[in-house]
Design a protein around this ligand. Structure first.
Ligand code: KG4
Ligand code: ZN
Length: 333
């Protein structure tokens, strides 16, 4: 039996997971709440919180999996992309543990791991499939030919869609991270109440920076005549913004499916937890005769289970890293 311990520390979640022969045995996530009062992730505070959390999180993951350190065959960690200081904590811990246990080290690309979260539980997509990967830092359409053979065929040219959600929330005075709150209010609102313009990007690329400005001007204009506009219309504003963002995502996804002729369609990343996106994707999937794959909520946002899954595929292929490896905040696919 091959047992791997995986560590994720790219942003504001410290997480550890254990996997044996591709079967997940534990997944512990410690979310850092410290950032809430600053309205966004503060890199230095994130690094310190990772240092505090990493040992208890790893110990709990081993305990839940009923595994001792000497049973481990490899140690995996997120190499990038992410915050340098945050990545360093996970990478240093993983390197030290691998060295001490004399087992191989496996580096994992965070965005590839989001895609591979689809293999934690059945039903799993069939290769080749398309994955719309949507998070706080990325918005990509990925052509997945095999577990370790992926190509980005479309991506954002500016903000990520998660950022658009979070910035909208900030404009509405909602606390960080705003995405889940926009989702919550949107469920009670009218998505067609306020039309916002869709961005026109060529090909399969996205742009989400324009919508933030449109929302800002829209709110400034409305508040001139009614200073209570946001409070009175929060559900309709959230529903309308969310509707626009989802429309932009799904238009390009449909275009990608047409261009590639692929009808196995998956979503991944933090924004795939959005209830409106999940519902709209299922609806489009029925119309377009796609087979749609949506991960469970806990495997959408950052977690080490997906890092462990990616490491499982790399272990099979013997793709190991050297002890001299360092984190890559801007890591290409
Ligand atoms: O993948 P993730 O946990 O971290 C990154 O790698 O960025 O994604 C975090 C992003 C944040 O922007 C957060 O607001 C967004 O995912 N998010 C949501 C929802 N849940 C998380 N956005 C919209 N609706 C949600 N329900
Ligand atoms: Zn992520």
């Amino acid at each position: 039996m091959t047992t791997i311990l995986a560590i994720e520390s790219s942003c504001d979640e410290t997480s550890a997971a254990v996997i044996s022969n591709g079967q997940l045995r534990s997944n512990i996530v410690a979310t850092q709440v410290i950032h809430q009062k600053y309205g966004g992730v503060v890199p230095e505070l994130a690094s310190r919180a990772h240092q505090q959390h990493i040992l208890p999180v790893v110990e709990k993951a081993l305990e839940d999996a009923k595994v001792s350190k000497k049973d481990l065959n490899a140690i995996a960690f997120t190499r990038g992309p992410g915050l340098l200081g945050a990545l360093l904590v996970g990478a240093s811990f993983a390197k030290a543990l691998a060295l001490g246990l004399k087992v191989p080290l496996i580096e994992v690309h965070h965005m590839q791991a989001h895609v591979l979260a689809h293999f934690i539980e059945e039903p799993c997509p069939v290769f080749p499939f398309l994955c719309l990967t949507v998070s706080g830092g990325h918005t990509q359409i990925v052509l997945v030919r095999d577990a370790l053979d992926m190509e980005i065929i479309g991506e954002t040219q500016d903000d990520a869609v998660g950022e658009a959600f979070d910035k909208t929330a900030k404009l509405l005075n909602l606390p960080y991270p705003g995405g889940p709150l926009v989702d919550k209010y949107a469920q009670q609102g009218n998505p067609l109440a306020f039309p916002f313009p869709l961005s026109e990007m060529p090909g399969l690329n996205f742009s989400f920076s324009g919508i933030k400005t449109s929302i800002l001007y829209f709110l400034q204009d409305k508040m001139k005549s009614n200073p209570q506009f946001v409070e009175e219309n929060i559900a309709d504003i959230c529903a309308s913004v969310q509707h626009t963002l989802i429309k932009m995502l799904l238009q390009k996804l449909r275009k990608a499916a047409k261009q590639t002729g692929i009808s196995e369609i998956a979503i991944a990343g933090g924004v795939s937890a959005n209830s409106g996106l999940r519902a709209a994707l299922l609806e489009m999937g029925e119309k377009e005769h796609w087979k749609v794959y949506i991960p469970r909520f806990e495997y959408c946002t950052d977690n080490a289970a997906m890092i462990a899954m990616a490491a499982h595929f790399k272990y099979i292929k013997g793709e190991f890293s050297e002890q001299t490896i360092s984190p890559m905040p801007r890591m290409a696919f």
